[in-house]
Design a protein around this ligand. Sequence first.
Ligand SMILES: Cc1ncc(COP(=O)(O)O)c(C=O)c1O
Length: 426
Amino acid sequence: MAAFSLSQRARDAADQPISYLMAEALRNPGLISLAAGFVDSQSLPAAATARHMAELLAEPAAARAALQYGTTQGEPRLRQLLFEHLAKLDGVPIDRMPGSADDIVVTTGSQQLLHVLADLLVDPGDIVICGWPSYFVFTGALTAFGAATRAVDLDHAGMAPEALEATLRQLQHGGLLPRVKIVYVCSYHQNPTGLTLGEDRRPRILDIVRRFSDLAGHRILLVEDAAYRELTYDGTPPPSIRRYDTTGDHVALLQTFSKPFAPGLKAGYGLLPTGLVEHAILNKGGRDFGSSNLCQHLLGRVIASGDFDRHVQTLRGVYRAKRDAMLAALDRGFAGVEGVSWTRPTGGLYVWLTLPQAIDTGRHGPLFAHALRAGVLFVPGEYCYPPDPTRTVPRSTIRLSFGVTDPAGIADGIERLASAVRAVLP
Ligand SMILES: Cc1ncc(COP(=O)(O)O)c(C=O)c1O
């Protein structure tokens, strides 16, 4: 039988490397997975969800409203609660918060909104600027849109404004500024490095995007992906970049219920610049004309009752213990090994490990095979670097996740990884 004639986009879509890693974890139940970005299973809010769902369905009028189709933009009461949530996180009184609940769009996970925004702005050959490394599911989707990604180095405080400016200046000199559509920043506990963008850098990055928008002749969208914002374990997280966007014109702030509550509900949302809201709704309308209305009614109750905030408090304790277990195990496992370093995140789910350059951490390299035999799985860092023709992908980095495994398993997994690393050291 003849093959289907796939669209160019389908032919260009790269295999998501994470599917191989997930399949490997499922095939080997004895394997300690430090790979998947899954959340902790034991603390998922089953009881609170069951209670709110039962109450919702027990009220006939409320149940019928929730079981009917909703609007494409999202349930109005939930959007109002989310607007208040964002104002509270930024410490801004609700009446001083630029924009309104009408600038919020609720989506099927924040991933859908990332996809919608790319679809709205990116033509093949357009440029998206992102961190080096970055969240690979988004950069993979960008590649499918035909985007050219240009990377900006990260240091201990995330994307450096000077490096972003230098990249934009270079593109300007090459006559490519008109093609720059999006600057993508994961501003809290970044996936994959765990790094948080420094507070002082936030207004500066916004200012650069504003200035280069003027030079480009169109508004460059600053996509602030704050998926891990609520999962902060030490101190108070800085205000969002959007907090400095006092006219609400440049930043799309994306958040999700997947990390701070339950990914099974697959609900995310974004506070968008006014000019984009209508387009985002039209685009989403063509996909699904609205995310699960039942989930949105449920989440409205979860937030209004205070259960969301209480759950986030619980999660902070759970993940802090896991993060501490991973950092302590790294300190022990790699003591005395030269050329090894790692990030010390204040939140999120990830630690970024850098090994000596001679060690190839790729799926087909010796370390990956050694680690599998030792019973531990990690994400090779090479997957996390967006394609950028001006750069060479480092081969000696690793993304470690402390989300799924319990503290004892994390300690065991790191010990196995450290012994695998020692085995392949030259
Ligand atoms: C940085 C980042 N952004 C967005 C998402 C999307 O999550 P969801 O679609 O479940 O909201 C993820 C998921 O892992 C992520 O790590």
